[in-house]
Design a protein around this ligand. Sequence first.
Ligand SMILES: Cc1cc2nc3c(=O)[nH]c(=O)nc-3n(C[C@H](O)[C@H](O)[C@H](O)COP(=O)(O)O)c2cc1C
Length: 173
Amino acid sequence: MDVEKAILKRRSVRSYKEKKIPQEKLEEIINFGKMAPSANNRQDWKFILITDEKKKEEIYKDAKKQSFIKEASAIIAGITTNPEDKMTCGIPAGIVDLSIALDHISLKAAEEGLGTCWIGAFHQEKAKNTLEIPENHKIVALMTIGYPKHSLSEKEKQRKNLKEIISYNTFSE
Ligand SMILES: Cc1cc2nc3c(=O)[nH]c(=O)nc-3n(C[C@H](O)[C@H](O)[C@H](O)COP(=O)(O)O)c2cc1C
């Protein structure tokens, strides 16, 4: 599958089969996340693969009890180990780096026919406590991953028109 197909097929999957993703497959997908660029190539990131049913239940509670979280084969926690590090532009590098890595993960998963869903609706401190993450780190996002109940297809996406979001040379409303 080419990049274009993976981009078009990826969508938020909130319904998963019970089938488990083998550990080697999960690690192969994370390996593609690791290929993402990062500011100064610092790679100040860690990925926790949550596969244990008890831990999944705890994370489900930390993430507003979104029911599909428990259905997923695994939950990936994308962690920046250096949340205070800002780039010259003033934007925290860790948030950008982890977002790119997790996007690579979601696209590689789509290529493999797997479904993912970003989760930003979670309680930072509770989830850190559940996963025993050091105080000075931050979870940038959680991501469910699993075999989708309905296989991925290139469905039309609800997106703004290109004209609404681009301008040339200077900002325009
Ligand atoms: C940073 C981020 C956080 C998100 N958090 C949640 C979430 O907590 N729960 C959820 O069901 N979907 C969540 N989503 C999924 C978005 O709702 C979804 O990406 C958007 O509606 C576009 O749909 P699509 O992913 O199918 O293209 C999140 C997406 C992003 C990028």
